[in-house]
Ligand binder design. Sequence first.
Ligand SMILES: [Zn+2]
Length: 448
Amino acid sequence: VTSAVIYARISKDREGRQVGIDRQEADCRRLAEQRGLTVVRVFVDNDTGASERSTKKRPAFEEMMKLAEAGQVGVILAYSNSRLTRRPLEFERLVAAHNKTGVTFRTVVSGDDDLSTADGLMVARIKASVDAAESHRISERTQRAKKQAKEEGRWQGGWRPYGFTADGVTPDPAEAAVVEQVSRDILDGRSVAAAVRDLNDRGITTSTGKPWTTRTLLRVLNRPNPLVDPTVGEGVRLLLADPSRRTTPGPERRWLLSGIARCGVCQDALRGSGSSMGHGRGTYPAYRCKTGKHVVISAVTLDQYVTAAVVARLSRPDVADLLAAPAVDTTDLRHEATTLRAQLDALADNLDIDLRTLARRSRALQERLDQVQAQLAAAVGMSPLAGLAGDPVPVWLRLDLDRKRAVVDTLATVTVNRGARGVVAAEHRWRADLPAFDPRRVVIEWKV
Ligand SMILES: [Zn+2]
């Protein structure tokens, strides 16, 4: 009989709030029973006081890892990968412990990542980097929103806006979860009036303790909340601003993989569309090829999945050399070119200077403009990967969409094959909360 330990962690994130310690332990014990494992110890950390980015010690995790590294633990059980850790460094420590002592990991909802194979390791790394990226994103969005609110002097007191704490700018996780759910329902085709009824039926009130009305709910939905998935929040605001978008797609929203990912049937480039009709009711953003029939895949999820794979790839040593080349920031060059052109125009319009001076000055300007344009042309020919060295998650998050697209295109070909409809079996899921997304449909081939 292999000895197993359980690791449980409470935290402020959504899963931590929804799945308490007792439930984490009970589910892990059931898993142990199914697998014929004997649980010898339970380790519990309380992370609720720590911020998402905190590097505060987790004493129970530390103690457990010491045992594991000493070869005294056969299996570590946890509710999910993100309960075990959201920190890339801790993840690497788990991998190292596995390599040294053969300790393995089993989770209730994340599937089993076989860390003894390259593929299993890759999948586990992707999950870990997505978890880490999500923490960073939430924290960054919160900081940004606070700063912006301060600068704009928005919310000067008065009623506390729903979805935020008493200071009016710090998002409140529990209320933000309500806002996100309502937003998703509305994107799924539910009317605002129905959403109002539902909230009132469930006894959820506004920040002043009153029942919801259409007007108060619209005000909440139109106020961006950093804890709400931005695609969902923006989507619902677009929808509310223009009800006709519900049936006719608006101007094409720019997606990470539009024109980059390919249809597995006809090899045509997939295009993203803001509101594709799904097989069920309602609409969701999706990629499809020109025929519109071969493949349909959730744009939001595919973007996340490919992002995770690319970020994992960027952290591998074999691409490090490509990333280390210095990047050329072309902003200054472009500004200089614009200025030079304007100066040339102004010179031609200046009637007060004699022809010889005109010729001399314009030749000087033109020469400089030629140089700048040559430098710009050289910069364009450089690899989009240049200058990306560093911790891949923050590096990636800093890139704008055009640069991200260039990076994906340089690194990989992404092909999406047809898939079966409906729920994907748990062992094949990429993430436990995405039951309809089947990662086996997506083939990522690395070019570099
Ligand atoms: Zn096709």
